[in-house]
Every structure is written in C-alpha cells, then in structure tokens.
Design a protein around this ligand. Structure first.
Ligand SMILES: [Zn+2]
Ligand SMILES: [Zn+2]
Length: 292
C-alpha cells in the first residue's frame, strides 16, 4: 500500500484515497452538513471528494422533499467547499440521479441546467416496489422485482446520460435470488447467483456501459450492509473487465461523517486482485485516472 507524506493536517493514510459518492443534508436521508462531510474526508486523508446528493426523479411530485430547493443549494455548497479546500483536496460537483426513466423530462432539464462534474446513475426502486426494504418475501415478488430491476437498469444505461453506474448490485441488499436450483440463502453468495441467473440482461447492461464509456461504481457500502464485498460485487467487476471495461469509480455512499471513506481500501485491494491498477474521478464529466 502506498503511503503519502504527511503534508496535510490529520492522519494521512494514502495519497490516492478517493471518495466520490457521499450525501449531506441536501439529501432527504442525511442530516450531516456539507462542511462536516468534507472535513471528515479531509481529516481521513481523502484526496478526491464529491457530494452526490439524491435527485430521485420518481419522487419529484410527492411533495415530501423539495428537490428543486436542494438542487439549487448544491452549487453554492460545492463552491464554498472548493474554495475552502483549494490546493488541499480535489472537490467535484456531483449528483446521484435515481430512476430518471420515470421522469425523463425533468432529468434532462436538470442535467442541462447544471454543469456537474460527476453524475451517478442509480436504480433504487422499480415500478411495483417503492421501497426495496419492503419487498414481500415470496418467490413471485422476489422474481418480479429482480426482473424489473435489471430491466430498469438496462433502460437507464441505454439512456446513459451519467458518468458512473452506481451500486449495480444494490437490490441484493434487500432480496434473495431464486436460482433454477432453488433459493440461495447466504447474502454473500447472492451476487454470483444473481449474475448466473440473470446473465443475459446483466451482460447487456455491462456491454452498454463499456461501449458508452460509462464507469462501473465500486461502492464500499456493500461491506457495511453484509454483502461481504462492495456493490458492484466481484463477479460483476470481473465481467465488466472481461468485456473491456476500464473505468471504475469508488465511493462510500456515506450519509453520515463516520462512514466517509469507509472500506475504500478494501475496494482497492479487491480491484487490484481483479487486475485493476487504476480508478478514475470525473471532472466536467471527463475521466481522470488515479493509480491504486
Ligand atoms: Zn444510491
Ligand atoms: Zn448514494
């Protein structure tokens, strides 16, 4: 592991520590201020940092969270952090776009009006299952949500107006996989089972992101959620590489300061084992490579 010179304040661990998937109180599910999240990153020795607050396109009209107000506060928050950490930590203007296919008009409008450096594309819900955490645990619902999820993701990458495909195995946090041989029980085995069972559509998704130069995100929160590895999980990262994929982004998906940069080093170790020696960050939506 590469050790950086301790030129910064705080316990510097590495000079290539990257965390470009974080949330603050400009997302409805975080109470942390932008300043606190950035400070936590800086104190841990993060060199490249982004807040990527949620823009959940299917929720724009339910009135529970004022997305427009939050989006308009994101740019000033970014500018403030950029000035504060100038020369000390790279900061990117980011967003996480969820379910754009359910409100394409608004998604396109937001992207046209905001000059993001880095945009994550996500599927957090499908049309029949608003809360992945509440999928009824029976074979019919497990299979239906699994199919809907991959189909939504295929639509998402076919649209493709984002930089990195976020946590491709997100669904496996919440639901098990019914394989032809029966139900796979172990949470840590779900990724391989899902890949083997839904290979045709998953390969199509991966082929499209390779072709479109969309990165695959390796999201370290999978470790915190009991998946035994990041999201994307190893079988997906391996397949992405086999198909010619070279663009990997990493992020902790922290919604609180104590999760910032958590397990990013584990992601690096896994990525190196799988043959990746660099990851990337995005500036004005263009990838820049960083050795790991
Ligand atoms: Zn997400
Ligand atoms: Zn997120």
């Amino acid at each position: 592991m590469q050790l950086a010179k301790n030129t910064k304040k705080g316990p510097v661990l590495m000079d290539n520590l990257v965390d470009i998937h974080n949330h603050c109180n400009l997302s409805s599910d975080s109470a942390a201020t932008p300043e606190d999240m950035a400070k936590a990153a800086f104190d841990l020795g993060v060199s490249h940092f982004a807040l990527t607050d949620h823009i959940e396109l299917d929720e724009f009209h339910d009135g529970e969270w004022d997305y427009w107000a939050a989006i308009e506060k994101t740019r000033p928050a970014f500018e403030k952090l950029k000035a504060e950490y100038d020369g000390k930590m790279h900061i990117y203007y980011g967003a996480e776009i969820g379910q754009p296919m359910y409100n394409l008009h608004t998604a396109e409008e937001i992207l046209a009006a905001h000059d993001y450096d880095f945009v994550l594309g996500s599927v957090h819900r499908t049309c029949h299952y608003e809360h992945m955490g509440k999928i009824p645990d029976n074979e019919f619902d497990r299979k239906r949500v699994m199919i809907e999820y991959w189909e939504d993701m295929l639509n998402l990458v076919e649209w493709g107006k984002f930089c990195s495909l976020a946590h491709i195995t997100f669904l496996l946090r919440f639901t098990n996989v019914d394989t032809p041989a029966g139900l796979v029980i172990e949470k840590t085995e779900r990724a391989q089972a899902a890949y083997d069972t839904y290979k045709t559509i998953i390969d199509k998704i991966l082929e499209i992101i390779v072709k479109k130069d969309i990165a695959l995100e390796v999201n370290s929160s999978g470790y915190r959620r009991g998946l035994g590895g990041p999201m994307a999980s190893a079988p997906f990262i391996k397949r992405y590489k086999e198909l010619g994929g070279k663009l990997i982004t990493v992020g902790s998906d922290a919604h609180q300061t104590s999760d910032v940069a958590k397990d990013i080093n584990k992601c690096y170790a896994l990525l190196r084992d799988l043959g990746f020696n660099e990851i990337c960050v995005f500036k004005k939506k263009e990838p820049k490579f960083i050795k790991i």
